[in-house]
Design a protein around this ligand. Sequence first.
Ligand code: PGA
Length: 236
Amino acid sequence: MIIAANLKTNLTRIETLKYLKSLESCLSKKSITQEVLVFPSPTSLNTHDGKVTIGTQNAYGASNGAFTGEIGSIHLDEFGIKTILIGHSERRHVLGETQEDLVKKFNFYRNLGFKIVYCVGEPLEVRETGFDNMMQYISKQYAGIDTEYENLIIAYEPVWAIGTGLTPTSEDIESIHKELKKKSSAPLLYGGSVKVSNAKEVLGIDDVEGILVGGAALIAEDFCKMCEIAQEIEKS
Ligand code: PGA
């Protein structure tokens, strides 16, 4: 299983260091062998020695240049970062990245061999138009994306479930993941209001191969607990 924490615009550099320290100690105490990814804020990116793989929540699709406010691959190289989150709903809907922007970024980091966690998911108004329309909408988010890329991980995150405490039913997640698995054999994570109390149910659903956790991952012990739950499910 793959267990990922998206820390978003939270935790300072010092807080992130403390977070990683307690996460690493918890993971090793519980002998976690699952793949654990953490995406801290850009100013908290750093070299890291441990079980956790550090990824960036964003970067521009260039090594460097005149892209005010962005970071490029040279800034990631400095810290040995080789993992990136692309297509998160906040980047699509709050920061206005288009599918074309995402494809450019995807291709740039694919060509550098990065592990890419690529997010897809529908807003509520699309979901309310029915299953077929919703799947069509999500299909468009696959346009231009190399779904056979060997270092690809896909995360299905319904926009209306992110940070709201709402989650689709297990049956919903199962049927959507089943459809999405037809598009790519890449590991498929679920994200959107996953927390300690529902992680077991979510991770137990067919075709859920991991989770991408935001708010509930901000407490290292809770995130570690979710890694432990994933490990128990994988073993059973
Ligand atoms: P959430 O966020 O767990 O706070 O809903 C998930 C995400 O945005 O990846």
